[in-house]
Design a protein around this ligand. Structure first.
Ligand SMILES: C[S@@+](CC[C@H](N)C(=O)[O-])C[C@H]1O[C@@H](n2cnc3c(N)ncnc32)[C@H](O)[C@@H]1O
Length: 262
């Protein structure tokens, strides 16, 4: 199964839908809204003057938010459509940001630079089969003492079926998951159909891979909410905090991690 081209095609289809969605609120973003959440902002601290490599940047809102905060940013994504939109947003906003269209695993072949921070958040590692190769990329692009800032949906969330009715996948599921979906997480009713291939990565797999590649883990947090309303059957129990109504406080929804390159 050619997971890379299958997923790339589906992400290219989603870009335009997501760009126009209320979920991403591009007009609000252009008017000054910072798209980053308190979870990752707390780990990032002051980014002014820092170089940041943003992996799987989609159409660049978070990358450009970091640029607005004074960072020198490079965003990477394998979707041509996403990178095209990111570049045009950067030029509209007159921000100095670099965007590279590339598979995460192929980055070493085209980029030779060390960064103060490698950043990647929400809905990224599930599209990558191998956490060891991912951690190698994270480590390769960090200078010694550089920080890895990571926030992701909790693997427990991915154990459930789409409706969050029942456990559909094992926590330690190692086989790929192949799904046909319609609509996008940013607009469920969008008239698009896609085939997507993903993997569930448990916490120990993620952390052990980072540690093996010389990343010391200084902070690790778990949250009972998602800052995004991107799942079915959610309730906003506090402003900007979403959880699955059926499961209340019982599920971890997101985790975050601050690593340091030894
Ligand atoms: C859920 S989005 C990331 C969302 C981002 N946090 C945001 O809110 O804009 C996942 C991104 O990963 C990208 N992606 C998936 N597989 C990839 C790969 N192998 N290499 C590079 N980018 C990839 C997709 O094109 C998509 O833009």
């Amino acid at each position: 199964m050619d997971y890379l081209n299958t997923n790339k095609k589906s992400w290219n289809i989603q870009v335009d839908v997501n760009f126009k969605s209320d979920f991403y609120d591009v007009p609000g973003f252009l008017a000054g809204r910072n798209s980053l959440n308190s979870i990752e902002l707390e780990l990032l601290g002051d980014v002014k003057g820092k170089s940041i490599l943003h992996l799987q940047c989609h159409f660049g809102q978070d990358t450009l938010s970091l640029a607005r905060m004074g960072a020198q940013v490079t965003g990477v994504d394998f979707s041509e459509q996403a990178i095209e939109k990111a570049r045009s947003l950067a030029s509209e906003m007159q921000l100095d940001a670099e965007f590279i269209c590339c598979d995460v695993y192929g980055l070493k072949e085209i980029l030779d630079k060390k960064y103060d921070i490698v950043f990647t958040t929400y809905g990224t590692i599930g599209w990558l089969p191998d956490m060891d190769r991912w951690a190698d990329i994270v480590s390769t692009f960090l200078r010694p003492g550089g920080q890895f800032v990571f926030a992701e949906f909790h693997p427990v969330v991915w154990m459930f079926d789409d409706e969050f009715e029942k456990v559909a996948y094992s926590y330690l599921q190692s086989e790929m998951i192949q799904e046909e979906t319609s609509g996008s997480y940013a607009d469920r009713n969008a008239d698009v159909k896609m085939e997507l291939i993903s993997w569930n990565h448990g916490l120990s797999e993620v952390m052990s891979s980072l540690i093996r590649h010389g990343i010391r883990i200084d902070q690790f947090h778990e949250y009972n909410y998602s800052p995004y309303n991107c799942f079915k059957g959610t309730e906003e129990f506090e402003p900007g905090k979403f959880r699955i109504q059926k499961w209340g406080n019982n599920l971890p929804m997101v985790y975050s991690l601050l690593g340091v390159k030894e």
